[in-house]
Design a protein. Structure first.
Length: 270
């Protein structure tokens, strides 16, 4: 099975199970910048996992909206582009794809550093860590990256090294519906691929805005689950980017990706 087939499973089938994982891994203890981190600058990676990731991904900065950021991704030159998906030993590597919503957010941050400069940032569903990396590059005072896949956390550390950055704090758990942290900004890209997950995000983000006046920016290329959700009526378009040809091919013809500002008209709970 070619990676094309694996990618199709990501977009159509396996994202459903990934969404269930987000919904089932509830938040745990209250969040703060010092207590919730599984990895930080002093944390070393498992040598076996590091070797596997370095051997089976390619360092690239081309074909995406942010050539300033180097990332380890799955590309046509990687072994697992053609291998059967089940042979990948660590679960579906969603983090190894630079999804178009994350690309738009990262491009916007790099072009507009004033958005994050001196502010605390949560990158929710961080994946490869590109948006968190862009926030660090643009002068954010604190950056916390979050994903439920521990291998994504390890990949983020490798990607920080590629970009000559000290690793930012990373938490590996579902923090949706957990106690709200004191963030100035929340970024999330490509998270609206499942209706129930979208409902949970909608509720939690409204709570963040109500309790902490958090600013929320969402990146999405126009997926049906996103545009048809009730949150769409509370979004304001910030900017739209035309996707590079390589990213268009990866995403079955999607041609652009949009950064949205989430501004609910009434942030009180329903």
């Amino acid at each position: 099975m070619a990676f094309h087939g694996w990618k199709w499973l990501f977009l159509v089938g396996r994202q459903n199970s990934f969404a269930k994982a987000w919904r089932s891994r509830r938040g745990g203890p209250p969040l703060c910048w010092k207590r919730c981190c599984h990895w930080n600058a002093g944390k070393s990676l498992d040598p076996e996992v590091r070797a596997f990731l370095e051997e089976n991904t390619e360092v690239t900065s081309s074909g995406h909206l942010t050539p300033e950021i180097r990332l380890r991704l799955l590309t046509p030159r990687c072994r697992f582009w053609k291998e059967k998906p089940d042979l990948w030993p660590y679960g579906d590597p969603f983090w190894a794809i630079y999804w178009p919503g994350g690309q738009a957010l990262s491009r916007y941050i790099l072009d507009n550093p004033c958005v994050v400069k001196g502010r605390s940032v949560l990158d929710l569903g961080s994946g490869c860590g590109a948006t968190a990396i862009a926030a660090v590059m643009s002068g954010a005072s604190q950056v916390l990256a979050n994903d439920i896949d521990p291998i994504a956390g390890m990949a983020m550390i490798l990607n920080c090294e590629l970009n000559h950055l000290n690793p930012f704090p990373i938490t590996i758990k579902n923090i949706i519906n957990s106690e709200v942290g004191n963030w100035d900004l929340i970024f999330l890209g490509d998270m609206f691929y499942d209706e129930q997950l979208a409902d949970s995000l909608h509720h939690w983000l409204r709570t963040c805005i109500r309790l902490q006046q958090t600013e929320v920016l969402i990146g999405d290329p126009g997926r049906h689950q996103f545009l048809s959700h009730s949150i769409r009526s509370e979004l304001h378009k910030v900017i739209e980017y035309s996707l590079p040809e390589y990213t268009r091919q990866e995403n079955y013809g999607l041609t652009s990706s949009i950064v949205w500002s989430y501004q609910p008209s009434n942030s009180s709970e329903n």
